[in-house]
Ligand binder design. Sequence first.
Ligand code: PBG
Length: 344
Amino acid sequence: KKLINERAQAAPDVDGITGHRRMRRNRKAEWTRRLVRENHLSVDDLIWTIFLAPGSNVQEPIDAMPGVYRLSVDKAVEAARRAADLGIPALATFGNIEQDLRDETGSNILLAGNLINQATAAIKAAVPEIGVITDVALDPFTSHGHDGILRDGEIVNDETVAQISRAAVIQADAGSDIIAPSDMMDGRIGAIRRALDEAGHHNVGIMSYATKFASAYYGPYREAIGTAGLLKGDKRTYYIDPANAAEAVRDAALDVEEGADMLMVKPGLPYLDICRALKDAFGMPTFAYQVSGEYAMIKAAAANGWIDGERVMMESLLAFKRAGCDGILTYFALEAAEILNRRG
Ligand code: PBG
């Protein structure tokens, strides 16, 4: 130790910077940067979020999400094939339900043959090796765009939980591998777990949207699933206030206790602190949902030539790994997987 100190004193001193403290030595070449790299993004980390549309041979563009389409079930099956061939482990599906099937209570969610369940069954039949994650919440099915049953101006918690628990069993019957409740009702994880177990679906997992914030980043998604024009008011009585981190951890703790298998943070990039906090607090498989607004921002800036879209995309995905996430739900999954596979 003494020797080191003497050497240090003897080292040339440039404006008070001693020669033995040079961070740049490890950055000097690609081979050394590779050696010291702490985090890696791999295809294994990607969950591809896709939109479904009724009909067949449908591939409708979404204005605010260039490169993303609403796909009819046949097209979704083709997309699932492509994803599996690229090595993507799982898909998460979201449906643009026909407007005239939407009602006050979102009853279409309980139909075994609804768009979501049709797609799950078709994908699992054609591409059994890919995991299918289904979102369970009422918003694509309600005439008011809320995630729960609306009564006298209130989203009623317990009735909503009963309904989505039944819906979760129906989704599992159709072949869903993981149920992802995105509604933020209290007690839903425990109720869904019990319902799945009672129906014999003990191998179907639950990925909880444990910390879902009342965010403005969901705008393009609401266009994609046709809830933008419907939503009355906002979701602040059930989603978490973007100002709150400790509350987010307490909310996630309940989900862990109630039996969640995986946790999710949503939106993603603006909430990396929450990703880290959950990973450190629970050590659970933790995922981030890089949401529609995040995708739109990167695509828009790239289209204007203001940023290098590909590099920003890859950097944003890597940031989730650094923040402790095990994986990312992202509209970029296919593009990113192609790049990762090219790199080998
Ligand atoms: C609601 C739900 C939302 C998203 C997925 N499921 C938010 C909302 O509309 O309030 C948003 C996903 C995205 O923006 O990409 N159950």
